[in-house]
Design a protein around this ligand. Sequence first.
Ligand code: G1P
Ligand code: ZN
Length: 545
Amino acid sequence: MTIRIQPTTPFNDQKPGTSGLRKKVKVFQEPGYLENFVQACFDVVGVPSGQTLVVGGDGRFFNDCAIQTILKMAAANGVTKVLVGQHGILSTPATSCVIRKYQAMGGFILSASHNPAGPDEDFGIKYNVSNGGPAPEGVTNAVFAQTLAMDHYKIVDSADIDLSVIGETQVGDMLVSIIDSVADYAELMQSLFDFSAIRQLLSSEFRMVFDAMHAVTGPYAKVILEEMLGAPQGTVINGIPLSDFGGGHPDPNLTYADALVEIMYGDNAPDFGAASDGDGDRNMILGNHFFVNPSDSLALIAANAHFVPAYAKGLTGVARSMPTSGAVDRVAEAMGIDCYETPTGWKFFGNLMDAGKVVLCGEESFGTGSNHVREKDGLWAVLFWLNVLAARKGESVESIVLHHWQQYGRNVYSRHDYEGVDATAAAQVMDHVRSYFERDLQMPRLANRLVSLWDDFAYSDPVDGSETTGQGLRVLFEDGSRIVFRLSGTGTQGATIRIYLESFEADSAKHCIDAQILLADLIAASHEISNLPQLTGRDEPTVIT
Ligand code: G1P
Ligand code: ZN
């Protein structure tokens, strides 16, 4: 089959963000846009002969078209074999699992995570490397540089292949294997958790609901929870992946997972509720009328790891992204293990896991995971909680969290997002914070606390020594409280300002008070130092976590 060398010109906006390249579908549909990015990835990573590539996505609009293009380009670039999830479906953690299991050179994940899907909504592409994790900064920067120098891409002119039938086909000299999207991942989950204990829990009085939000985790949750673990049919709701995610915004938080929230805060609520996002890497955990903050969930998972077979032998260390609360640090300290603080984005955990320095990682943005793959993993977190609930027989989610706070104290935490803000105004907000502190070299008092440090977070990777700067403005107080300002790196329109707020409460009499009340003075201080309300014209955040 002939390889066509197609002349092209560069696009100057293909810099990967926090998690790959995300743009409107219409942008990806421009001739050469997807092709240039894919070619840049092949150019940077190289394609040694005999290599396998993995391709899959969250099933959103344009997923199948993009896969056909990538297959033709992979054949033209000398890939020997490609594994593709049936119907083009592979959740992000499942892609990571498949890359690792079959020792692939890497893979393309087609997703814009929880961003809405459809012809006028978002699409995304991310290259993961051979450890199964997102390409590290060195690679993404090189890919960006390459996109700016693009003058051709390689493609074969072959017919589209049928993605719906499991089996093998040729595209040029390359073998395409359509694989079951769920099987490898389900097998990995079974090897980590005590499935018989969870099966027993799910056959008792215990009731749960899992909301797949019309996105990728539906098929995974149905097989694992309903078929393998015996949860009643109907436990998984919104379980069929739709190309527009049912018109929703599959981000598992209290705002966007409103259907689940209504069930879990309604009459006769189940004992356990969970949801995952568009591509299956995020999770939200709820008890009966109770929300588990993701930062607390990470700490609880670490503290209860001994109940779970794969982690019972102990943890070498844990890691959290900088804006994530310090709850897990307290658990690590009590366990006498290391706790690393990384910039936002899962790509920074890969080196630590590969080097054996950490087993569990998490982010405040509803992401938790372990070294079983190199992505955060929504269903993994759900199974972890189920395993802990099965082991701590009869205890509710709420009582497990309250006991945890009694033992370690509570890192009171909240994130305020201002979405769709004008990009110039967002930059002014960040500048205002900088100038507030630069103006006055003496550390001011704010919210009745003394500021001990402010900086723009920078990270030096302890494994490869790489430096990453400009990762968020931190205001640290002497009593351990924090305010962090960051601009989102995943949005496709305008800017999203994230304000992360944290204080520590040792007094268990105050543990049941709402976080927004406990953080009110820090929230007021965050507005004072950023001038956000005036600069953006916003009184309220779009989303409060
Ligand atoms: C957001 C989250 C971050 C997460 C990323 C990908 O990135 O804040 O923790 O890793 O999505 O799921 P942001 O939009 O803040 O750059
Ligand atoms: Zn996601």
